[in-house]
Design a protein around this ligand. Structure first.
Ligand code: SF4
Ligand code: MG
Length: 334
C-alpha cells in the first residue's frame, strides 16, 4: 500500500463569478521515502490539491479520496486532521514569514510545536529544537535558537521552517514552493537539506513547484498539472528525456540551459492558463498548443499510457508511439 493515495480528487469553489473548478479528477500516489514532484504554472491546482488533502480549504466542494496510511483524510474530523498535520505530515510553504510568527523566538516556536504533540519537558524540547536547527545546517544553533525570525536570513528562515516541519519526524513532508523566494545558491542548499533529511529519516516528500529545475534536482516521479488536472505523469528521467505532452515540452523548453545564451534561452509557452470558471472545450491546453488539431477542440483526451510504458501517462491526442510523436515534434518545429 502506498503511503498517500489520492484518487479522482475534485475541488471547486463557489464565487460571485461562478464555480471555480480548481482541481478536476487528480490521481497520484506517494510511496514511503519517495519524492513526488507536482509541477505546473500558478493556478494549475497544485497547491489547492495538497491544501485540500490536509483539510486547509474551508468552504470548498470536495470529492474523491485521499488515503493516508489507508485512512481517507477527506472524511476525517478537524480534530483527527490536526493530529495528522504536524505529527505525521509536515508542511512547508513558500513564505516562512507567514508560518513563523514574527513575535516569538524561532526556538520557542519549535518547542511549542514539539510540546503540542508530545509529552516532553520544556528543556528536552529546547534541546530538540537546537538539534533540529543543527540538522538543517543553521550555524551556532545554541545561540540562534533564542533569536527572532527577522534576525534570520531568508534561507535560514526557510531552514528553520524545515526544522519545524521535521520536528516530530513526519513520514510525509509537503513542500509548497519552498525555495521560490530564494536565490539559486540558497535554493540548492535548502533542497540539499531536504534530501539529506529524507535519506536519514526515510521521509516521503510531495514537492510542489512551478520550476522544472527543482524537479530535476529532487523528484523521483513527476505529475505535470494544467488547469486543475494531470497532463502527464512519469518517472523523472523519462519525463525529461521522453516527454510526450506538449505542455511538458513547453515547461522544459523554458528552463535555462547551462551555458546557453541567456538572452535567447527562454521559450515561454505563449498565452496564459485558461479561466477555471469557463474552461476551453476538449483539451484544456488547446488554445496554447502548437500541435492542436480538430479533435483537440472537440474531445477531452484522457490520461493514457504512452511509449508502451504503464508508468508513463499523458493526456494528449498525439500518437502514443514514441517515434511517431518525435516525428510530429520535428514537423511542427520545422
Ligand atoms: Fe495539444 Fe491536442 Fe495534445 Fe491538447 S490534445 S496537448 S491540444 S496536441
Ligand atoms: Mg501555489
Amino acid at each position: 500500500m502506498a503511503l498517500l493515495e489520492v484518487e479522482d480528487l475534485h475541488v471547486s469553489f463557489n464565487t460571485a463569478d461562478g464555480v471555480v473548478k480548481a482541481v478536476r479528477g487528480l490521481t497520484f500516489s506517494v510511496d514511503r521515502g519517495q519524492t513526488i514532484g507536482i509541477v505546473g504554472e500558478s493556478g494549475s491546482g497544485k497547491s489547492v490539491s495538497t491544501q485540500t488533502i490536509m483539510g486547509l480549504t474551508a468552504g470548498a466542494r470536495v470529492s474523491g479520496e485521499a488515503r493516508f496510511e489507508g485512512q481517507n483524510l477527506l472524511t476525517m474530523s478537524d480534530k483527527e486532521l490536526r493530529s495528522v498535520r504536524g505529527a505525521k505530515v509536515g508542511m512547508i510553504f513558500q513564505d516562512p514569514l507567514s508560518s513563523l510568527h514574527p513575535y516569538y523566538k524561532v526556538g520557542w516556536q519549535i518547542v511549542e510545536m514539539v510540546r503540542a504533540h508530545t509529552n516532553v519537558s520544556k528543556a528536552a524540547a529546547k534541546n530538540r529544537a537546537i538539534d533540529l536547527l543543527r540538522l538543517v545546517g543553521i550555524p551556532k544553533p545554541e545561540a540562534r535558537v533564542d533569536e527572532y525570525p527577522h534576525q534570520f536570513s531568508g534561507g535560514m528562515r526557510q531552514r528553520a521552517m524545515i526544522a519545524m516541519a521535521m520536528a516530530l519526524n513526519p513520514i510525509l513532508l509537503i513542500a509548497d514552493e519552498p525555495t521560490t523566494a530564494l536565490d539559486v545558491t540558497v535554493q540548492a542548499q535548502v533542497l540539499d537539506v531536504m534530501e539529506r533529511l529524507q535519506q536519514e529519516f526515510g521521509t516521503a516528500i510531495v514537492m510542489i513547484t512551478h520550476d522544472m529545475g527543482v524537479i530535476a534536482d529532487i523528484a523521483d516521479d513527476v505529475v505535470v498539472m494544467y488547469a486543475g488536472t494531470a497532463m502527464e505523469k512519469a518517472e523523472r528521467r523519462e519525463l525529461f528525456y521522453h516527454n510526450h505532452h506538449p505542455y511538458t515540452e513547453g515547461l522544459l523548453a523554458s528552463i535555462p540551459q547551462p551555458g546557453a545564451d541567456r538572452t535567447k534561452r527562454l521559450l515561454p509557452i505563449h498565452g496564459t492558463p485558461p479561466s477555471l470558471i469557463q474552461l476551453p472545450t476538449g483539451c484544456p491546453f488547446h488554445p496554447r498548443c502548437p500541435y492542436a488539431f480538430d479533435k483537440c477542440v472537440a474531445e477531452t483526451p484522457p490520461l493514457r499510457s504512452v511509449h508502451g510504458r504503464t508508468d508513463h501517462e499523458s493526456a494528449c491526442w498525439l500518437p502514443t508511439d514514441e517515434s511517431e510523436r518525435v516525428a510530429e515534434r520535428t514537423r511542427v518545429q520545422a
